[in-house]
Design a protein around this ligand. Sequence first.
Ligand code: NDP
Length: 331
Amino acid sequence: PTGWGLIGASNVAREWIVDAIRTQPGGEVRAVLSSDAGRGAAFAQANGIAYHTTSLQDLLSRPDIDAVYISTGNRLHFEQTIAAARAGKHVMCEKPLALSVEHASEMVRVCNHAGVVLGTNHHLRNAATHMAIHGLIEDGRIGGLIAARVFHANFLAAALQGWRVKDQDGGVILDSTIHDIDTLRFLFDENPVSAFAMTQSGRLARDGIEDGIMAVLRFPGDVLVQIHGGYTTPFSPGGIEIMGERGVIIGRDCMSQQPIGTVSVRDADGEHEIPLKHHNLYHRAFGLFTSAIHGDGRPAATGEDGVASLAIALALRESARTGREIGINVP
Ligand code: NDP
């Protein structure tokens, strides 16, 4: 069996992760940490978790916990990951791994040193849609890549209009565009070399926090990618288009937590839909992570992937702030 502790009585843990853990053979959620005893107790009861605590050391000292899932506020991920690794617990951490590349890199170093697995919960690369797109690119189905467009703007539900639009560690870039970045890194097997962005603010977010972004990433080989992200545009379709020398790959409704969407190729023979077998994205992520902690393979997105997505996301932030194209150096 694999015993899990949840660090953070969060929405994403409740909605997706408790189930993803319990779906794994031997996967058990044994404890939850909340900074608020009442919230922790309510979360534990609602989700059938036997133990709750407000003390990180208490949770980490439990021998029946092999791994932790960290989904607290973004500024807490760093210190909680370091503490968990030092206690010998494997860590599946939410994105952004941290608020600085230095902190994220330190998380990777400390987990490596402690001999524990660090994963980053970038779910989209687990989707049947993106796995199919990756295969099509790899097989050269559309020839050499030229450009891509990502559409990942929607409307932030009223219940989620908290830290995302009010705290400086919120905003579209670190919340959502960072997933697009990870997806592009996964699809292209490369890091972008530079970033340019313009942002919007004020429709839902306050204090200059961005609630919309249009960005361009330049990938090696002179490949340009355009990204639209945001919280403020109801009913906008989500998707991705990848243009190559011989055709286009079109992913529709595939920038989603849900196992939905289609992939087609449009080329000289017309447009053809690729058959897909959908599966739960989080089940796959936690399955690969569980195998990795038992010595088999790697998480879908590693700690290093989380460092890279953060470095690129922060370059977009820097570009929006300065109005300049920012060179990217992924450590
Ligand atoms: P939540 O706002 O639900 O939870 C974040 C923290 O807020 C919790 O740890 C909790 O603290 C605190 N909190 C929860 N409810 C309340 C409340 N009523 N009053 C005061 N504080 C409260 O965040 P999300 O679940 O949306 O996001 C958590 C993390 O997961 C973030 O890092 C986010 O980026 C990431 N995320 C990732 C997704 C993915 O698909 N990979 C999807 C959604 C989020 P405490 O634990 O102390 O109780």
